[in-house]
Design a protein around this ligand. Sequence first.
Ligand code: IPM
Ligand code: MG
Length: 372
Amino acid sequence: MSSVTNLNKIAVIGGEGIGVEVTAQSRRILSWFAENRGTPIRLRDAEYGKVPYLRSGEVIPADTWDAIRESDAILFGASGGPETEEVPTAARNRDSLLSLRRKLDLYANVRPIYAHPELHAASPLKSRVLQGVDFIIVRELSSGIYFGEPRGIETLPDGRRRGFNTQSYTTDQVHRVARFSFELARRRRGRLCSVDKANVLETSVMWREEVTAIHRSEFPDVELSHMYVDNAAMQVVRAPSQFDVIVTCNIFGDILSDCAAVAAGSLGMLPSASFGPVDQHGRQKALYEPVHGSAPDIAGKGIANPLGSIQSLPLMLRLTLHRPDDAALLETAIAAVLAGGLRTADLVEPGKTPVSTEQMGDAVLQALAARA
Ligand code: IPM
Ligand code: MG
């Protein structure tokens, strides 16, 4: 019998916009696993964003920080949207998804791109281009231009305004995300492509040199290539099956993962997992979230695709909970639902009727129940 202390604690934070709606479906699925498969988890709901701000003055209130601190994993929905405007910049800057990534030092963001054969028709890319597309973008998530100083908007003596940000990486920041990516590539097809802009940017020159040095000294068995980011943006849509693992800096990873979403049929399909350093007890904090944002245009309508969030659960089941059989079961259930033809609005073919967020959640639960 597992005691309460053996349960993995999951902080469930829907956040803002469609984040709340899609996370509600993932939450139901996690509960299903706890009830039907004995998956050792305890869920703790926590608030984020405008709602707690209006009540407590904090985007991430004390109770949410508690839930985050005690958690083994965080299931996050989305941040931002028109709600952002109701929260003063100072409060946002103090606490936001970005500061959460930074405070937890979530440096390695894993974004798998998989073209489900059932969804080839939903992609604007040709089916032959989509054959065998299965790769991972590792985005450095806690440094780079997102956090570099100095940053700001200033008014010059002549009245013109000047906005500025700083792209910066130190060797240790490059080394740890490079090692993470080489290790991942080693467990897959053994190929790593490092994406940079070394023909122009010094940070990229240094990035490329350091990745090459780590390769030579620690991972000679992995095949390493380098690609400029402009070319990479084209290659992920022109011939995405060439990639196994891509590693890149924060902002290039942000942009490339949206480009790559075209191969998955919809941005609404993409899950992600972010990892911090391993602590002295051997624990590694992880945050699971869909790649899509708060999607204010469709928020509150119940039509968002929950599969980006739901597909982050097999990542959680494998990488935090070490339950590969549960992960495989959920992947099979999702594949069966897609094979059955159910589509949310982002994926539906013209003339066909889309299902709602909740109906998609229901369908995944039914597919699980049928296989339990
Ligand atoms: C992402 C998102 C975020 C980012 C936004 C919401 C701040 O686009 O996770 O890709 O830019 O990192
Ligand atoms: Mg993005």
